[in-house]
Design a protein around this ligand. Structure first.
Ligand code: FDA
Length: 392
């Protein structure tokens, strides 16, 4: 029987941070992952450049049934702590926008940094290693693994959520939580593109690849960012953000003219360019293709002087408050995160330890804590991994 102080299941963002920090405290750590590579999501993240944190991360950027849960861990390991490590390792980075920090080169700079930190304190992830059974013992936990039986004082579940099964996502963490009496709140895909049907899908397909700055709103939340038309529907940062607040059947409102009072702008155009067609006028703001397509689909394209005040108002309303009812989302296949998960009511916000089973810890995305788009989800993984590492 192999014996160790701490077993961490999941060598992703949270698991690696927890492993290097606990081992640096002198704890003997065994890090296990069923995948053939550690940190696959880190490698895929940020379009290959890993948006590894957000300088302005604060509790308001996270949702959870208990919005207070994330506060303590986020306060004890801030974006600046992670930035300090990134700088120490000489990893070049930049702010893309809105406090979002990305690697200048490749995401693998971040993964290599974490693996190096682990190696320095004697931790190497055991890959392609599954855990078949977990039992509570007097001294801690006993696991039946591909490495044989393992006993540990502390067990950390860092297996993430359900998004992108091809990157190693499994529901393992939720099963362990249930085994030890925890509630798992309903899960759904978050930060995910919308799919459309019928005419809307045709419009999106025609405009596929077009990106427009918008304000997108649903259920009392609004995000100002770009939307992207795709062959299946709508994506882009504004859509990914709002998808986390959307439920099937909800309408999403899109303001395609966020920098203008739509009616005033149209009236101004009518005075300045009475003989220009609507599609030509809209070509000032959108690509020619988009201006033509939305005019032909939604309005009558005629010279501006022929648009009646009522018609101008109708055009303004449509452009500033386009109502869209998505058919659905692309689901876990492409979602960046999983909403819901292990209920935080039975977890200590200070230590991440289970209040139901001493010595059992949950960190990262497996918990019911989800960040907005923009580096917040990694910040949660780092902060929760660091918090648990002080106590395991
Ligand atoms: P994570 O998913 O990273 O790690 C879980 C680990 O557990 C994996 O290595 C997996 O193989 C392993 N595992 C699963 N089941 C197991 C089992 N049964 N046994 C053993 N091991 C098991 N966030 C952000 O802040 N900035 C960004 O730029 C992006 N970009 C991005 C792009 C894409 C395509 C995705 C899918 C996601 C993002 N994210 C992101 C979100 C971010 O990747 C995510 O929130 C964190 O990786 C979560 O970290 P965890 O360590 O909790 O899980």
């Amino acid at each position: 029987m192999r014996s160790t102080d701490v077993v961490i299941i999941g060598a992703g963002a949270a698991g690696l941070m927890c492993a290097m920090t606990a081992a640096a405290r002198g704890r003997k750590v065994l890090l296990i992952d069923s995948s053939n590579k550690a940190g696959k999501k880190i490698l895929m993240s940020g379009g290959g450049r890993c948006n590894f944190t957000n300088m302005y991360a604060e509790p308001a950027n996270f949702f959870s049934q208990n919005p207070h849960f994330c506060k303590s861990a986020l306060a004890r390991y801030t974006p600046w702590d992670f930035i300090a490590m990134v700088s120490e390792h000489g990893v070049p980075y930049h702010e893309k926008k809105l406090g979002q920090l990305f690697c200048d080169n490749k995401s693998k700079d971040i993964l290599n940094m974490l693996l190096e930190e682990c190696a320095q304190v004697g931790v190497a992830p055991h890959l392609d290693t599954s855990v078949h059974q977990i039992e509570k013992t007097e001294a801690g936990y006993q696991l039946d693994t591909d490495l044989g039986p393992v006993a540990a004082e502390s067990l950390v579940i860092a297996t993430g959520g359900l998004s992108i099964p091809t990157l190693g996502a499994t529901g393992f963490g939720y099963d362990v939580a249930r085994q030890f009496g925890h509630t798992v709140l309903p899960t759904r895909a978050g930060l995910v593109p919308f799919t459309m049907s019928g005419m809307l899908k045709e419009l999106c397909t025609e405009l596929s690849g077009t990106s427009v700055a918008c304000v997108v709103s649903a259920n009392g939340q609004s995000f100002r960012e770009n939307i992207l038309f795709t062959h299946r529907g709508l994506s882009g940062p504004a859509i990914l953000q709002i998808s986390s607040f959307w439920h099937p059947g909800d309408a999403v409102q899109i303001n395609l003219l966020p920098d203008h009072d739509a009616l005033e702008w149209l009236q101004g155009q009518q005075s300045a360019r009475p003989d220009s067609e609507l599609k030509t006028v809209l070509g000032e703001l959108f690509t020619k293709k988009m201006a033509t397509l939305i005019t032909d689909t939604w309005f009558a394209s005629k010279p501006m002087k022929q648009q009646t005040p009522a018609q101008l108002r109708e055009i303004a309303d449509r452009l500033s408050a386009w109502q869209v009812v998505p058919a659905g989302t692309e689901g876990y296949r492409t979602a960046e995160v999983t909403l819901g998960g292990v209920d935080t009511s039975d977890i200590s916000s200070k230590t991440m330890e289970s209040l139901k089973s001493p010595g059992l810890y949950f960190i990262g995305e497996v918990l019911d804590v989800t960040g907005h788009l923009g580096g917040f989800n990694f910040q949660w993984a780092w902060a929760s991994g660091y918090a648990a590492a002080q106590y395991v």
